[in-house]
Write a protein that binds this ligand. Structure first.
Ligand code: HEC
Ligand code: HEC
Length: 438
């Protein structure tokens, strides 16, 4: 069995890593990334000889970035429930990060969806939704240029009985509408530690017509700095600290040092920034310290799952759902110079079953976030690690079986989808068994 695993690993390394190593990233891209080749002096212990497997498990244990008591503390910050006195709202989606990231453990995924909307102007440009709220005197309060429509609000309440901060889609207008499911954050410290050039190389290794799009997006912790986006359904975010600040504001309404301005000040009683204890650092530390999702070892070892794994490579699923990626060398400076890849996260082998690139597989939701206009109908290849903990699939949660999710892949994936359709029933079963083991 060990030998077989080794053979499978070597096979994937040969297929995915070696071509990347020999690709010249400069020849077909113009990305000026900040964390490329910036390997500073690493004084102290000699560098490890080769990459090692990243720790995995749904077990609430640290990946080694911090010790277990510190991990538990940071997890507690991620689990904190916020109330109006802490700055919750005025518009928000939930009271705690955990509310939307907790299946089967804190930091993972959930069934929660969010609403986004917008429209095209006369020139065909995407414009985020405008919603109208109402103050205590009945005056309209306009919230514009934001595709997220928050599902909850702190007023009307006892202090502001006539105010209306509840957002909703206007009766006419904003015809581009979508639901977005939550995403897993377990193992995201390893994803953050992937070099920009590695993502560009994956793109360059993909066949014509299936090449993912790399986008470069702002690093909030270093204003003016940018990096290849890798988080969110649109790759709209490059770092876990940026996501933490963004989510604290947009999901919970808590202003913080990275995102200090409220979406609306209607019914707001707490001075900004509301995150006086810098909880955003705790969120980022917690997510960076989580282990990657583990596989179902029993199922993964069955002959069916192993045959399914081979088919997954053969028919082309793994072109986008990339099986193996190695993180940056320990000591690489990333996130616009603000974070140095530590030993726990650097030089690690991960199996995300995703390329962290944007593709048009015919499911695009029409919403533009941080990317150029052509990304409006592209989505990030969602990593399939941990997909067995997810019952509503694809960005909108509208696909309820693996087969439905696969058949929805059109556009760049059409040849692969046709290859799936061409499998025998037994082979299709093997492929689905493999997915259930992830
Ligand atoms: C109301 C539900 C909700 C809450 C509360 C919430 N999230 Fe999320 N989270 C989501 C959804 C939905 C997405 C996908 C967003 C998108 O790209 O459209 C997401 C995505 C993420 C991602 C990207 C993961 C990846 O691998 O791409 C991170 C990181 C994250 N959230 C962190 C946080 C943190 C930290 C908090 C607390 C401050 C938080 N979230 C609160 C729903 C939520
Ligand atoms: C051209 C790139 C590409 C190829 C090829 C591809 N996928 Fe995907 N896959 C995506 C993208 C992009 C998404 C997200 C689409 C969305 O949410 O709208 C996705 C989503 C999925 C999901 C949903 C996961 C979740 O958590 O919601 C599954 C399952 C999946 N793919 C399996 C497969 C399988 C099996 C194959 C091969 C038959 C395959 N994919 C081929 C790009 C690809």
């Amino acid at each position: 069995m060990k030998l077989l695993k080794l053979a499978v690993l070597l096979f994937f390394m040969a297929v995915f890593i070696l071509p990347l190593a020999f690709n010249d990233p400069v020849k077909s891209q113009t990305i000026s990334a900040t964390d490329v080749g910036s390997t500073p002096d690493v004084s102290g212990p000699p560098p490890p000889t080769g990459p090692t497997e990243a720790p995995v498990g749904f077990d609430n244990q640290t990946n080694g970035l911090v010790n277990q008591p510190e991990f538990n503390r940071a997890q507690g910050v991620f689990e904190d429930v916020e109330v109006i006195a802490n700055g919750l709202g005025p518009v928000y989606n939930a009271q705690s990060c955990r509310e939307c990231h907790q299946n089967p453990v804190t930091g993972a995924i959930s069934q929660i969806t969010e609403l986004r909307a917008g429209h095209l102007d006369s020139a065909g440009n995407f414009v985020s939704a405008t919603v109208t709220l109402q103050d205590e005197q009945g005056n309209p309060v306009i919230v514009a240029n934001r595709s997220l429509i928050n599902d909850r609000a702190i007023c009307p309440n006892a202090q502001f009985p006539n105010s209306q901060a509840q957002e909703r889609i206007p009766e006419s207008g904003e015809p581009i509408r979508t639901f977005r499911t939550s995403l897993n954050t377990l193992g995201d410290g390893f994803v953050e530690a992937i070099l920009d050039t590695t993502l560009v190389n994956i793109r360059n290794s993909q066949p014509a017509g299936m090449q993912g799009q790399v986008i470069v997006v702002p690093v909030a912790e270093n204003p003016g700095a940018t990096r290849v986006g890798r988080f969110g359904w649109k790759n709209q975010v490059p770092s876990l600290l940026t996501f933490s600040g963004d989510a604290y504001l947009n999901e919970m309404g808590i202003t913080n040092r990275l995102f200090p301005a409220e979406i609306t000040t209607l019914c707001d009683t707490v001075a900004d920034p509301e995150d006086t204890k810098n909880d955003i650092d705790g969120f980022a530390e917690f997510m960076r310290a989580t282990k990657a999702p583990s596989r179902n070892g029993l199922l993964a070892n069955t002959a069916n799952a192993q045959a399914g794994s081979v088919l997954f490579g053969q028919i082309g699923c793994a072109i986008c759902h990339v099986t193996t990626i190695v993180t940056a060398p320990v000591g690489t400076v990333i996130n616009g110079g603000t974070f140095t890849v530590p030993a726990a996260l650097g030089n690690k082998v991960i199996h995300p079953f995703g390329d962290f690139l944007l593709h048009d597989v015919g499911t695009g939701d029409g919403i533009l976030q941080n990317g150029p206009p052509e990304t409006r109908n592209k989505m990030r290849t969602v990593p399939l690690w941990g997909v067995r903990t997810r019952d509503r699939l694809m960005h909108d949660g509208e696909s309820l079986t693996f087969t439905q999710a696969i058949l929805r892949h059109q556009g760049e994936a059409i040849a692969v989808t046709n290859a799936f359709i061409g499998l025998t029933d037994a082979q299709k079963g093997q492929l689905i068994t493999f997915l259930k083991s992830l």
